[in-house]
Write a protein that binds this ligand. Sequence first.
Ligand SMILES: *Cc1c(COP(=O)(O)O)cnc(C)c1O
Length: 368
Amino acid sequence: MKPIPTPYYLLDERRLLRNLRIIRRVRERSGAKSVLALKCFSTWCVFDLMRQYMDGTTSSGVYEARLGYEKFGGETHAYSVSYTRADIRDVRRYADKIIFNSLSQLRTLAPEARGCQLGVRVNPGFSYSHFDLADPARQNSRLGVRDGQALRAAASLIRGVMFHFNCENDDFANFSANLDRLGREYGDLLAQLEWVSLGGGLFFTKAGYPVDAFCAKLKAFSQQFGVQVYLEPGEAAITGAAELVTTVLDVVHNATDVAIVDASTEAHMLDVLTYRMNTRLVGRPEGAHKIIIAGRSCLAGDVFGQYSLRSRLKTGQVVRFGDAAGYTMVKKNWFNGMPMPAIAVRRLNGKLELVRQFGYKDFVESLS
Ligand SMILES: *Cc1c(COP(=O)(O)O)cnc(C)c1O
């Protein structure tokens, strides 16, 4: 097969499998089910593999719920920060659980949600996050019910609750203490319910995470309150499983070398800008050559990162950025009318498959 033209996202099923095996181990040892958070990753060409290890999907809106139902299967959880009445009529065809963000939405829309189990999101008032932008318990947060009394008064309308209060939490001691706190503060409510989702943001697939202690903790919590525990991994499910593969188009100099690649942070790896991270380079050893690698959009700050590399980058060389699965493909956009990276997969058997390419037609049809 001839090489795939850059730019493209490259998913690697063997790397994905490493995470999926941990997810299955958590399921087996703790009883906690895992549903994939589609807002993080919706690239459905690898769902045949993922569904063998996970229980289903959870969503942030109607289209994701439908995608989960049609492309993943299993359990379909539907959450949204706010639903319209029409959304509920639509989403109830796909979802088995509908989770409301507020008690007003629950009361108004419950009659429309016939046939689904209902739940609400609770904001426990504490969280773990390095970024205010992504902190669900930030000041004046709109995410979830704060009023414990009103929540208990509505308990007969719901079968479960969802707490999503972590963001990239790799600190098990912190999670463990916070789970104890949830038990102390909401245990009476949980004992009346059938299920509790602990949301996403837990980095239990990270190397070195104490997975067995995590399982024991989840199992004890589930048994203490008689509830089915769910996890909603997004990043933890796909971490390390994709790269954005690009080519250097030019190297310019302004006090330092700046390599320009045929992709863009703004359009193809937006979180790099939002959270001001340095993108991880794959296969480029460190050394003495300082270089900035930047995108080719017209945005002045379209920068993938600053690096010190063993060898200079030259026009025509390939640059691979790691961690390109979560919150990347779901956010790609047509800024500057730049060619959209294709999607390729390296399957478990080692075969490279070009799954989708985008062209001018996709660009023009997304605009009018
Ligand atoms: C974002 C989100 C997730 C997934 O979070 P990750 O950090 O990707 O694991 C899960 N549940 C809810 C409600 C979310 O908003």
